[in-house]
Write a protein that binds this ligand. Structure first.
Ligand SMILES: Cc1cc2nc3c(=O)[nH]c(=O)nc-3n(C[C@H](O)[C@H](O)[C@H](O)COP(=O)(O)O)c2cc1C
Length: 197
């Protein structure tokens, strides 16, 4: 299959005055320049994501999982994705509740797909958030990409929508190369046989 792989970049922060969209725009620009993906940026602030989940498990309910009607566009964008980049800040040494809720409302949408991380925050650059996300995504049978991007002290490390570190684009390319490799390998595998979840 020659069609480009679909990359969904998720803005994990929905906070008023958030920095997340700045990072996500730059990541999307890097991904478009990379050329290996059709890029779709999902902003969780545009979606109402209730904290109360249905009684059933999304793992076993599959397509019958009773999500709110307004969540349907988010669900189909996640379903159509071949690969993900989660852009996350660090809140109290973890990642935002909105991102956890968006993950928990879905299951098969993540399964047997690669997920990379771009984080930002204070001294740790959001790495605590990413450690937690790696743990959670493994439970959903996703494949997490080793080479993430972390921006410590982002408030002094960015200017005019760009990171000041000239090496950042190179790190992004490595992340995108690894993500594209896994995206190809896993799409081929998903098409060849159902994943035995
Ligand atoms: C509730 C809350 C908890 C935070 N906890 C941390 C933290 O544990 N580590 C850290 O580096 N920054 C922490 N911060 C600072 C965030 O990194 C900073 O506010 C950043 O801008 C958040 O991303 P956002 O603007 O996209 O929401 C916290 C911020 C908030 C709002």
């Amino acid at each position: 299959m020659n069609e480009k792989h679909r990359l969904v970049i998720v803005i994990g922060s929905v906070r008023e005055g958030r920095f997340g969209p700045v990072v996500a725009s730059w990541v999307a620009e890097q991904a478009r320049e990379h050329g290996g993906f059709d890029v779709d940026v999902v902003d969780l602030a545009d979606v109402e994501i209730p904290l109360a989940l249905p009684a059933e498990s999304p793992k076993f309910a599959g397509d019958a999982y009773p999500r709110p009607a307004a969540m349907a566009p988010l669900t189909s964008r996640l379903t159509e994705a071949d690969a993900f980049i989660l852009v996350t800040p660090e809140y109290n040494h973890s990642y935002p509740a909105a991102l956890k809720a968006a993950i928990d409302w879905h299951f098969t949408q993540w399964t047997a797909k690669p997920v990379a991380f771009v984080s930002y925050g204070g001294a740790a650059g959001g790495r605590h958030a990413v450690l937690h996300l790696e743990n959670v995504l493994t439970e959903l049978h996703a494949v997490t990409i080793r080479d993430g991007l972390a921006f410590p002290n982002y408030f002094t490390a960015w200017q005019d929508g760009q990171p000041l570190d000239a090496a950042a684009s190179g790190y992004a390319k490595t992340l995108l190369d690894q993500l594209a490799w896994w995206s190809g390998a896993l799409r081929t595998a998903r098409e060849a046989a159902p994943y035995p979840a």
